[in-house]
Design a protein around this ligand. Structure first.
Ligand code: AMP
Length: 287
């Protein structure tokens, strides 16, 4: 397993693999890897001859008052995890390698990003689309793996790949949770022990919403109200949003009459966490 810091080295390696007729999977990450990332790597290793994991805290997807500086980083830990899970290469560039002086081209999207996280993080998806496009161009993978934990991101990337005729498959992977239910996230490390307990309200409200859907509730406002009430009862929690949207367009819907995504963003203290559930299995159409 190699750690590579330059675009040229990645290109050289992946070109060699392609010459040998090998397939390549890409798992884009911001590092500080946990079992959520590992599940993406496992899937890629299973489905491709070679797997590249990118490990890059992308400055472009952070807003001016967000946590770019404090975002956790530990490349040695990441390298050990990647090796253990059988991937072949980590691409770990410096920001200057990805964004040289004079960088001025962006990939932006006019749909899907005007809801959910796009509202509270206005520059986020432009940064994500731009860096993911660059990674696709650098690695030229056959398949790229993204977590459903970031459900809007997954929808945006799928849409972008289709719009721009990108020649690869975008594959969504299930949310991996801690044993008590909290969705695994690099940002969980920001939580104090007291906040960690309070953060459970995210998954609890997700499970509540999911249960209501299972029991036949179709009125979105009823589901949202029940989830909001549960979150509001936790003193350390502050709701950014609790919404139900069409899982393709990301626009809010009043009634569950099509495949939908219920997504939440909640501040626990200063840490903003997200979670979600899909009302139907979207993989049937995605794969
Ligand atoms: P990040 O490093 O947080 O940008 O995440 C990199 C990739 O891992 C994204 O596609 C995320 O959706 C995915 N991911 C992060 N956390 C989880 C999780 N708990 N379960 C599944 N996928 C995850």
């Amino acid at each position: 397993m190699k750690i590579v810091k330059t675009i040229e080295e990645v290109r050289r390696q992946t070109a060699e693999w392609r010459k040998q007729g090998l397939t390549v999977g890409l798992v884009p990450t911001m590092g500080y890897l946990h079992e959520g990332h590992a599940s993406l790597i496992d899937r890629s290793v299973k489905e491709n001859d070679r797997t590249v994991v990118s490990d890059f805290v992308n400055p472009m997807q952070f807003g001016p008052h967000e946590d770019l500086q404090s975002y956790p980083r530990d490349i040695e830990h990441d390298a050990a995890l990647v090796q253990e899970h059988g991937a072949d290469l980590i691409f770990h560039p410096e920001p200057e390698e990805m964004y040289n002086e004079g960088f001025s081209s962006f990939v932006d999207m006019t749909v899907l990003t005007n809801e959910l996280c796009g509202l509270s993080r206005p520059v986020h998806f432009r940064g994500v689309c731009t860096v993911v496009t660059k990674l696709f161009n650098i690695v030229q993978p056959d398949n790229a793996y993204f977590g459903k934990k970031d459900a809007q991101q997954l929808a945006v990337i799928k849409h972008m790949a289709e719009d721009l005729n990108m020649n690869l498959n975008i594959i969504g992977c299930p949310i991996i949770r801690e044993s008590d239910g909290l969705a695994k996230s690099s940002r969980n490390t920001y939580l104090t022990p007291e906040e960690r307990k309070a953060a459970l309200v995210l998954s609890k409200s997700i499970f509540l919403g999911e249960q209501m859907v299972k029991e036949g509730e179709t009125d979105c406002s009823e589901i949202i109200a029940a989830m909001q009430k549960m979150i509001a009862d936790e003193p350390l929690a502050r709701i950014d949003y609790v919404k139900i949207v069409d899982c393709k367009t990301m626009q809010q819907i009043p009634v569950l009459n099509r495949p939908a995504l219920c997504a939440i963003a909640v501040y626990i203290g200063k840490t903003r966490l997200i979670d979600n559930f899909f009302t139907e299995d979207i993989d049937k159409e995605a794969e």
